[in-house]
Design a protein around this ligand. Structure first.
Ligand code: OAD
Ligand code: ZN
Length: 248
C-alpha cells in the first residue's frame, strides 16, 4: 500500500501510539541486535546480558555496557526520532513504547516514552533501591552504590528477567487504548514486548509497520512501509500534518 493511502487511514484515527525497536536508532549509529552486524551476531547473550553472566563476571558485563554507553552518549536522535516527537507535539502521537535503552526518543523531545527494557543511561543498586542517572560513561571498572557501596548494575532488563511492572502496565494501557499503532524497526521476536502490537491489533487498531525488511510482525500489519525509518517517518509526519491542515 502506498504512503498516501496510509496517511488517509491515519487521518481518520484519534489516538496513535508508536512502538519502536533498535531499527529506529540504526541511523544514529547504534548497532541493532539481529542484523548482519548485529550485537547478537558478535557477542553471546549468555556472557553479557543475563543475571548469571553478571554474577559470574560483573567486570566483563560492565565493560560491555560501558562500550555501548559510549556509543549511546555520542549518538544524536535521527530524523525518525524527531518526526515521532513532532507528531507528539502536534497531538497526533500520544505515547512511544520502546524496546530501546538508548534514551534517544527523549533526546528528540518525546515526552510520554515508556521504556520496556530500561535505560542504559541509568544504573541501579543490586542491594538497595538507589538509582543513578549517568551524564557520562562511568570511569570505575565496577561502579558502586554511593549509598551502601554494593555493586551497581545497568538498569536494563536482561534475558530471563521480568519487565518493570509499571512500564508493562502503562504499555498495555496505551496498546489497548490506541486506534493506530506505528511499529518501527523491530524484528518483533522478543516477548513480551512483541505482544504489544498484537494486543492493539486484537483491539481493532490500525497497524502500520515501518521496516527495511519484513519482520515477525508484518503479518499483522495493515500497512507495510518498506524503507529506512529516517526516511519514511519524516515523510509520514509531513503527510499527516498536511492532511490535518487541509481537513481543518
Ligand atoms: P533487532 O535487532 O532484533 O531488529 C531490528 C529491526 O530493525 C530489524 O527488523 C531490521 O530489519 C530493522 N531495521 C534496521 N535498520 C533499520 C532502519 N534504518 N529503519 C527501519 N528499520 C530498520 O532489534 P529489536 O527488535 O529492537 O532486548 O530487538 C528486540 C530486543 O532484543 C531488544 O530490545 C533487546 C534485544 O535482545 C533486550 O536487551 C532485553
Ligand atoms: Zn545501594
Amino acid at each position: 500500500m502506498s504512503m498516501e493511502k496510509a496517511v488517509k487511514l491515519i487521518a481518520k484515527v484519534n489516538y496513535v501510539v508508536v512502538f519502536t525497536g533498535a531499527g529506529v536508532s540504526a541511523e544514529s549509529g547504534i548497532p541493532t541486535f539481529r542484523g548482519k552486524d548485529g550485537l547478537w551476531k558478535r557477542f553471546r547473550v549468555e556472557d553479557l546480558a543475563t543475571p548469571q553472566a553478571s554474577a559470574r563476571n560483573p567486570r566483563l558485563v560492565w565493560e560491555w555496557y560501558k562500550w555501548r554507553m559510549r556509543i549511546v552518549f555520542q549518538a544524536k536522535p535521527n530524523s525518525a526520532h524527531l518526526a515521532i516527537a513532532r507528531l507528539e507535539k502536534e497531538g497526533v502521537v500520544k505515547a512511544v513504547i520502546t524496546q530501546n535503552v538508548d534514551g534517544l526518543h527523549q533526546a528528540a523531545g518525546s515526552m510520554n516514552v515508556i521504556e520496556l527494557h530500561g535505560s542504559i543511561r541509568r544504573a541501579r543498586c543490586t542491594a538497595c533501591d538507589f538509582k543513578l542517572e549517568f551524564q557520562e560513561v562511568p570511569l570505575e571498572n565496577l561502579p558502586r552504590c554511593p549509598k551502601c557501596r554494593s555493586l551497581l548494575r545497568p538498569d536494563v532488563v536482561w534475558f530471563g528477567e521480568t519487565l518493570s511492572l509499571d512500564a508493562w502496565r502503562r504499555a498495555v494501557g496505551e496498546a489497548m487504548r490506541c486506534d493506530c499503532m506505528i511499529v518501527v524497526g523491530t524484528s518483533g521476536v522478543v516477548c513480551p514486548a512483541a505482544y504489544i502490537p498484537l494486543l492493539s491489533k486484537e483491539r481493532g487498531a490500525l497497524i502500520i509497520e515501518v521496516n527495511v525488511k519484513q519482520s515477525a510482525l508484518t503479518s499483522v500489519a495493515d500497512v507495510f512501509l518498506k524503507g529506512r525509518a529516517g526516511e519514511i517517518l519524516p515523510a509520514v509526519a509531513r503527510a499527516i500534518l498536511d492532511e490535518r491542515c487541509l481537513s481543518t
